[in-house]
Design a protein around this ligand. Sequence first.
Ligand code: LRH
Ligand code: MN
Length: 385
Amino acid sequence: MTDIKAALRAQHIETPSWAYGNSGTRFKVFAQRGVPRDPYEKLADAAQVHAYTGVAPTVALHIPWDKVDDYADLARHARELGVGIGAINSNVFQDDDYMLGSVTHPSARVRRKATDHLLECVDIMDATGSDTLKLWFSDGINYPGQDDIRARQDRLADSLAEVYGRLGEGQRFLLEYKLFEPAFYATDVPDWGTAYAHCVKLGPKAQVVVDTGHHAPGTNIEFIVAFLLREGKLGGFDFNSRFYADDDLMVGAADPFQLFRIMFEVVRGGGLDAETGVAFMLDQCHNIEPKIPGQIRSVMNVQEATAKALLVDRDALAAAQTEGDVLGANAVFMDAYNTDVRPLLAELREEMGLAPDPMTAYAKSGYFEKIAADRVGGTQAGWGA
Ligand code: LRH
Ligand code: MN
C-alpha cells in the first residue's frame, strides 16, 4: 500500500485558470458571486484547491484571458500562494481575423499574426518559468470545397515548425486535437493520428495532449493513451467528461469507469513516473456549479480513478491474460474498480497533514463567504466569447 500512497502523493493535477471564471454555452454564460476579476484572484482560488487536496500545485494560464503587464510578477504571486504556473495555452480562436482559420488561414497576413501569438506565448513561458505550451486550433472548414484540406496541413506544419524552433531548453509544446466545433465539416487537427503525425515529424519537444471530451462517441480513449505512451508521445491530458459532445463537465462525472480504464493504461504504461512527464491537467467549465468545490471534486475524481488503477493486481491479471482466462482477467480488473478507495485517500490526506475530506474542509473554511463579500465591483473574469 505504501507504493500506492507514494504514487498518489506524487501525482500532480493541474487546474485551469479559466475554470474559476464565468463560463457557459452559446445560450448563456451565468455569473456567480465571488468570481475572480483578474488572473491574480484566479491564482488565489486555485491555491485553495491545492491547499485542500495537496496535489494541485500548478495552474494553467490562457492567453489573453490571463494577460497581465508583468508575467514575472504573476509568477511571483503564484509562488507566494504556494502554487506555480503550469501550461501556457494559446488562443487563436477568438479574433475576427481567424474566421477562416488561424495558422491554416488562406491569407499569409493572418497566418503570420497567429504564429506571432504562439511565439508570444513562448515568451510568456520564459517569463513565468513554464515549460509547456499547449496548442489547440479551432481551425477547420464548414463546407466541402471551402478550402484545400491538404494545403491547410502544409500551412499548419509550417507554423508548428517555426514555434518548435523557438522552444528553449527543457521546453515543449503539446498539440491538442478535437473532432469538431467550432468547425462542423473538417477540423485541421481532428484526431490523435493527425496530432501524432505532426509531432513525430517535428521531434521530441512535440507531444500530443488528449482532451477526454474531444472524441467521437464510442471512441476507445484508453487505446489512444496506451499507444501514445508506448511511442513516448503522450504529453498530457485535458481532463473533463461528457455525455454528448465537448461538454467540459467534471472529469469522471459522466463516466468514472472510462476514467479508470484510462488511468489503468497510464499506470501500466509508466505514465505516472515523473520522468515520463505526462501532464494531468483539468480543462473544465463549471457553468452552473460552484467553481472551487467543482475543481476540488474533479481532483478527487482523478485521485480515486488513479488509486483504483494502482490497485489492479498486475500479476494476477497477467497470469489470467496469458492463460486466456477471459472472465478471470476481467474479474481482476473489475475487483480494483469496485474497490472503495475513499478511506485510503482520506488516510493519505491525513498523513499529508490535510483534512480527510477536502470538500467539507473547504466548505467550513469561510473562503467562499470572504471572496463573495470582497469581490464586489469590477468585471468578473470569463471566456470573453
Ligand atoms: C478546446 C479546449 C482547449 C482550450 C479550450 C478552453 O475545446 O479544450 O483545450 O483552449 O478548450
Ligand atoms: Mn482542452
